[in-house]
Design a protein. Structure first.
Length: 402
């Protein structure tokens, strides 16, 4: 469930957004490069978007955020202002951040008030903990701003529920959401959040019912479709999960994060080649996503793309040199490409950590056999047989007792 948990955390941060739009590929390329810290590449992609739609507020805001991260504060201000001009309130939060960094509390709080009056306002906790506002925290203007309660009870419920889900505190999220959903008005965002909480608690039937209801209320929310696919995967419903993942990709314009969900659905349906392709495409956006790298390496091994599997597993082993799953997979890849000695080294490392792993003993025995080391191979098979592995007993009889 580790990869599922990562997606669940991602969804917890998106299901309360006000707008859910279809975006072009270069938008997602820019966002991914930005998240990966590749700011210059991110600028190339977002400029490509702006070359087609110069006044699009999403593109303007993203470019401003990239420049802000690169400490080009004045240039970012201009872009935030243009974004706000084209969509009222959209750039106000970032204009406030720029003014706060400059130490201008009057302008910063004026822009922040515009943000708090807009449809795009984020939670109070996200604002007050943002380091950009540190220079003005002691100002009179800042203190005066927060004398007003800017959020209604519905918003506070969503913010708090999202926070608890992100922390894995699903019961606390359910307590908040159940109280709200017991009333007449059932907002789609509440239903989606409760679906996430139920998924976290492995209450799949309840999760499925809630996300289905949320989709009926908001059919164009692609993040709801992705969450539905996630729940269906947990229920073992591969075909339906595939349909929802496809819909999420269609509605979003191809958000690469949804490729992971579709790949998991393809694996459930036995389409290893399709899953391999989806993981491969996703990794062109997020090459350092270690959770997906392992999934990709495992399916690459299954489709006999051993070199691709090795390229993906090596950085994982560099990060976690004692991870026996990683070492075993690399050993199997080495074995399949005919490098028995390196395979034996990896299997031996696994056995130094988990000496009673019968499967790995058989793997090492096979590697020894391939280079004519019969005595060592039989020793491993004998030990694996004594550990109760039937396959090892059969191999030991056929190879060592005849």
């Amino acid at each position: 469930m580790s990869r599922f948990a990562l997606l669940l955390l991602f969804l917890a941060t998106t299901c309360t957004q006000v707008f859910s739009q279809r975006m072009p590929e270069h938008w997602y390329r820019s966002v991914a490069a930005f998240e990966n810290g590749e700011h210059n590449l991110a600028l190339v992609y977002v400029d490509s978007c702006l070359s087609k739609r110069q006044t699009n507020p999403d593109f303007l805001l993203l470019k401003g955020q990239i420049l802000f991260a690169m400490d080009s504060i004045d240039a970012s201000w201009q872009l935030f202002a243009k974004a706000d001009e084209n969509r009222k309130g959209f750039g106000a939060l970032w204009l406030a951040k720029v003014e706060a960094i400059k130490g201008n509390a009057v302008n910063a709080t004026a822009f922040l008030e515009q943000h708090l009056l807009s449809a795009y306002r984020i939670s109070e906790s996200a604002i007050v903990t943002d380091r950009a506002f540190a220079p003005i925290l002691a100002s009179a203007e800042w203190k005066k701003l927060w004398l007003t309660d800017w959020y209604n009870s519905a918003e506070r419920t969503e913010f708090e529920a999202s926070y608890h889900i992100g922390k894995g505190e699903y019961d606390l999220a359910l307590d908040l959401l159940n109280e709200r959903l017991a009333r007449k008005s059932k907002r789609s965002s509440y239903l989606a959040l409760r679906a996430q909480a139920y998924l976290g608690l492995q209450s799949y039937k309840a999760a499925a019912a809630d996300i289905a209801a949320a989709i009926r209320k908001s059919r164009k929310r692609h993040e709801y479709r992705a969450l539905s696919a996630q729940i269906l995967l947990a229920q073992g419903k591969g075909r339906q999960a595939m349909e929802q993942a496809e819909k999420a990709l269609e509605l979003s314009g191809g958000d690469p994060k949804y490729l992971v969900v579709r790949a998991e659905a393809k694996l459930l349906l036995g389409d290893k080649e399709g899953a391999y392709s989806d993981f491969q495409t996703y990794l062109t956006y997020y090459p350092k996503d270690f959770g997906v790298l392992y999934s990709y390496a495992a399916v690459a091994f299954e489709v006999q793309a051993y070199v691709s599997a090795l390229k993906s597993i090596n950085p994982l082993i560099a990060l976690q040199p004692r991870n026996t799953d990683y070492l075993t997979l690399r050993g199997l890849c080495y074995q399949r490409i005919g490098n028995a000695k390196l395979a034996i080294e990896d299997f031996s490392r696994v056995l130094s950590i988990r000496p009673l792993s019968a499967e790995v003993l058989v793997n090492r025995a096979n590697a020894y056999s391939s280079i004519g080391e019969k005595e060592k191979a039989c020793s491993d098979l004998k030990q694996a047989s004594e550990l109760g592995l039937f396959k090892a007993q059969e191999l030991f009889y056929n190879r060592c007792r005849r």
